[in-house]
Design a protein around this ligand. Structure first.
Ligand SMILES: CC(C)[C@H](C(=O)O)[C@@H](O)C(=O)O
Ligand code: SF4
Length: 470
């Protein structure tokens, strides 16, 4: 029978069928970070259970670590204590930890792929909702809760009900200046944040095939903002070339054999999905959010929508609340909204290609007077690669701060926050009320739009900026 990628990976991992349509699945990769890791490790230790397979678990420090130059731990006593606890617990359980002075350190969803830990056909879990990012490799990857983390630690398995399957077909090609971030924001705007609930989404079609691996990760990263715990893309030559030679990836003849196996992970041509969505890629424009949900989107050259005309009655009250919080009026052109700061970072858009995209806009330009810009690379590797290309110089000459890797202002868990009432263009994935700090106003956007907005001092796309002076 024709099978989807979800069916194939699922079936290959079922250890037992449990009552209530629940399966017990083997976990191939368990990734951890300090914010959800410490508690789970203590829970397991408290019950005197050993970690079942420490060789399949990998930990990093990202959420509460300082992003100040030369920083080692947290910026506050509590975060430093949490980091130290993660070190102690990882050591006690023999779990490899990519510590702050380890060249492999970074945001969990950036380093998993970067180190070759994330591979096609695997099950990947982490106590973090954006684990869907790893689905870009044709892995079944999803975020789990803290009691599930303890279960995985103790058993290397997880109890799971199989999600339904959805395929989103991006037909045709995107136009010039449209990025993976615009594609996924456009999709969330079209379908709403609940559309993916209960589904594993497979992104398919020529516009997906045309994306490089980093862009595929950006796209899959926001699957959870569609309500789907898993988002995936079939592995292909682009995937294999990305994986080749990475530290934990199969090497030599094992790599060639792995590719043969990975080719069979893709959905069969005649496989049927529980739900299908079709998107005309050519209709996607550079997109930002105007409100307090990732579904509150508008094209950069559009106007702030009117809750009384532009949405269905069920959403009206939420749209009014969002506009009030964001201090915006219906009808205001999006590209006139003044901004205070720009954050380029997060597991959505902090990889080398994202930094290149932003730097190409900032080259020979300067951030507008009174605005603050930060670049927080997703990992130490990204930071070093960018420095080798001189991107750090482009950013600092443009007036940006060049910081140490971590989650930083995406969620502000380490204290990197947007001040109350300040408006931030952020390349991250969540614009919830208070997400970047109490009273902070967030506009989600691509690195290109974030960079252009920093220069303009208001929301803007690169093609809206005046020409550079020769
Ligand atoms: C801290 C963690 C549990 C959380 C998540 O699960 O996503 C965070 O990474 C986020 O992005 O909000
Ligand atoms: S960068 Fe943001 S979204 Fe990603 S794991 Fe960190 S806090 Fe979560």
């Amino acid at each position: 029978m024709p099978a989807t990628m979800l069916d194939k990976i699922w079936d290959a991992h079922v250890i037992a069928s449990l009552p209530g349509e629940v399966s017990l699945l083997h976990v191939d990769r368990h990734l951890m970070h300090e914010l959800t890791g410490v508690e789970a490790l203590r829970k397991v230790a408290g019950r005197q259970l050993p970690v079942r397979d420490p060789a399949l678990t990998f930990a990093t420090l990202d959420h509460v670590t300082s992003t100040l130059p030369l920083a080692r731990d947290g910026d506050e006593p509590w975060s430093t204590r949490m980091i130290q606890a993660m070190r102690a617990e990882s050591r006690a359980h023999r779990i490899p930890l990519f510590d702050v002075d380890d060249g492999r350190k970074g945001i969990v969803h950036v380093i998993g792929p970067e180190l070759g830990l994330t591979l096609p056909g695997l099950t990947v879990v982490c106590g973090d909702s954006h684990t869907c990012t790893h689905g870009a490799f044709g892995a079944l990857a999803w975020g789990i809760g803290s009691s599930e983390v303890a279960h995985v630690l103790a058993t290397q398995t997880i109890r799971q009900r199989k999600p339904k399957s959805m395929r989103v077909n991006f037909h045709g090609a995107v136009t010039e200046g449209v990025t993976a971030k615009d594609m996924i924001l456009h999709l969330i705007g079209k379908l709403g944040t609940a559309a993916g609930t209960g589904f594993a989404i497979e992104y398919a079609g020529p516009a997906i095939r045309a994306l490089d691996m980093e862009a595929r990760m950006t796209l899959c990263n926001l699957s959870i903002e569609l309500g789907a715990r898993q988002g995936m893309i079939a592995p292909d030559e682009v995937t294999f070339r990305y994986i080749e030679g990475r530290e934990f990836a199969p090497q030599g003849t094992m790599f060639d054999r792995a590719i043969e196996a990975w080719r069979s992970v893709a959905s069969d041509d005649t496989a049927s999905f529980d739900h299908e969505v079709d998107i005309d890629s050519a209709a996607i424009r550079p997109t930002v959010t105007w409100g307090t949900s990732p579904e509150h989107v508008a094209a950069i050259d559009a106007i702030v929508p009117d809750p009384d005309h532009d949405c269905d009655p069920g959403a009206r009250a939420a749209w009014h609340r969002a506009l009030a919080y964001m201090r915006l009026e219906p009808g205001q052109p999006i590209n006139t909204i003044p901004i205070d700061r720009v954050f380029i970072g997060s597991c959505t858009n902090s990889r080398l290609s994202d930094l290149r995209e932003a730097a190409s806009v900032l080259q020979g330009r300067h951030i507008a007077a009174g605005r603050v810009g930060w670049v927080v690379p997703g990992s130490l590797q990204v930071k070093r690669d960018a420095e080798r290309e001189g991107l750090d110089k482009v950013f600092t000459r443009a007036g940006f701060e060049w910081r140490e890797p971590g989650c930083s202002m995406c969620v502000g868990a380490n204290g990197d926050m947007v001040a109350p009432g300040q408006r931030c263009v952020s390349t991250s994935n969540r614009n919830f009320v208070g997400r970047q700090g109490p009273g902070a106003l967030t506009h989600l956007a691509s690195p290109a739009i974030a960079a252009a907005s920093a220069v303009a001092g208001h929301l803007a796309a690169p093609n809206m900026l005046p020409e550079r002076r020769p």
